[in-house]
Design a protein around this ligand. Structure first.
Ligand code: URA
Length: 432
């Protein structure tokens, strides 16, 4: 098999055979196909998108290009979740203990943040001692004892994706639904997932800005996932404003615990309950979705979710309990009031808020930047809220005056106020 033939087939839109996509994934992982040939194939694949069957073959081949976790020995059901990422999205930190408290085992691999969307690794590493470098053996042992475990990205799982993603990033070939789908799902398959809840965010604070684009990705994830033997539940959710109050690593951990303890409600809690609702039927526990959400609500109300979260944090290296983990606090806190006339918040642009958080050091501009764990923004109003002049809109957490000033200037562009009542946008756009 000559890889030049495979490139030519893609270029002319001829169907690939499974073995051709296996060769591609293996060659990307072991370096036997040179980057220039892979890049040529990737560009051809953007212009002539893979079919669902081809995407599924590529996904499985990428998952099999490295080590695979075997979760079959863990207490069942097991569930994995994935979000396409959004500003202020700390759902993983709420959902994992919530599901574990409901008897669902969760083993998850998460990534670091890049650009305006934060990453779960950075959020949890803001807790002193919290380890995001568990080995596969540690991951399985902890999940077996406590029902949940999380770790950061590892080079051993789906190495083909690592190689192909770096090339896509460098060659303008990220934006292809089949390539995105195979990238996301190959990592899930390699992590041993059988049941998956997916949150596809829609709006300027996420990866897919429009409803149609988000829906296309969601449907492709579901269809391809099923061809790969995964049970998939998908939610399309709003990302036209930040999710919840906090944006920034330690601040988001704090908010996650407020949700778990029942102190905070709002959209962040609704998002976690939605995922729990989607996950339980997928994992075969609840008889109907409404059972799932009711069980999740009870786990919060009875304190089981909070207890599980505290157990989880200690198991992964944090010491003490909630309130005594020594979450860092930024040197400066500044509240930003509404400058103009009152009315109803009509726009709270998550992209602008995310960019302001990056200016504070809460996120990365490039992969190698360090993040400041305590930096970030609290959004003190949401779209649809009535606000009067002087109403506090944001609380900035900054390490320097200069960073606070830069963030404040960016945040001034984030808010739009309307003189007439504005309905809050629905959080859940569609589930299937
Ligand atoms: N996230 C991934 O893991 N892969 C992509 O291709 C895009 C987003």
């Amino acid at each position: 098999l000559d890889f030049r033939t495979i490139i030519a087939k893609r270029r002319s839109g001829e169907a690939h055979e499974e073995r051709e996509l296996r060769m591609l994934a293996q060659g990307a992982a072991d370096g036997s196909i040179p980057d220039y040939q892979l890049a040529a194939w990737l560009m051809a694949a953007v212009l002539r998108p893979l079919t669902t069957q081809e995407t599924a073959w590529l996904t499985v081949a990428m998952a099999e290009s490295g080590q695979r976790l075997d979760l079959t020995g863990l207490p069942q059901p097991c569930l994995d979740k994935h979000s396409t990422g959004g500003v202020g999205d700390k759902t993983t930190i709420v959902l994992l203990p919530l599901l574990a408290a409901c008897g669902v085992t969760v083993v998850k691999m998460s990534g670091r943040g890049l650009g305006i969307t934060g990453g779960t690794v950075d959020k949890l590493e803001s807790v002193p001692g919290f380890r995001m470098d568990l080995s596969p053996a540690e991951l399985l042992a902890q999940a077996s004892r406590f029902g949940l475990a999380i770790t950061g990205p590892t080079a051993e799982l789906a190495p083909a994706d690592r190689a192909l993603y770096a090339l896509r990033d460098a060659t303008g070939t990220v934006a292809s639904v089949p390539l995105i789908v195979s990238s996301i799902l190959s990592k899930k398959l390699a992590g041993g997932a059988k049941n998956l809840v997916l949150d596809v965010k829609c709006g300027s604070g996420g990866f897919m800005p429009t409803f149609d684009a988000a829906r296309e990705l969601a449907q492709a994830l579901r269809q391809t996932g099923e061809l790969c033997g995964l049970k998939v539940r998908v939610a399309l959710t709003d990302m036209t404003q930040p999710l919840g109050r906090a944006v920034g690593n330690a601040l988001e951990v704090e908010e996650a615990f407020e949700v778990l303890s029942g102190e905070a409600g709002g959209r962040q809690r609704q998002a976690a309950q939605l995922q729990a609702e989607g996950g339980k039927p997928a994992a075969g526990r609840a008889a109907s979705p409404s059972d799932g959400v009711e069980i999740a609500r009870e786990a919060i109300a009875r304190g089981h979710a909070l207890h599980k979260a505290e157990e989880w944090f200690v198991a992964q290296g944090a010491s003490g309990s909630r309130g005594s983990w020594g979450l860092p606090r930024a040197r400066l806190q500044t509240e930003i009031p509404l400058a103009g006339e009152g009315g109803w918040i009509a726009r709270l642009d998550p992209r602008a808020v995310g960019e302001a958080a990056v200016l504070l050091g809460a996120g990365r501009k490039t992969k190698t930047d360090a993040v400041l764990p305590a930096a970030g923004i609290e959004c003190l109003a949401e779209v649809g809220d009535e606000v009067r002049p002087g109403h506090k809109l944001f609380r900035i957490h900054a390490e320097t005056e200069e960073a606070a000033q830069a963030a404040q200037e960016r945040l001034a562009e984030a808010v739009g106020v309307h003189s007439e009542r504005v309905p809050p946008p629905p959080l859940i756009l569609e589930t299937f």
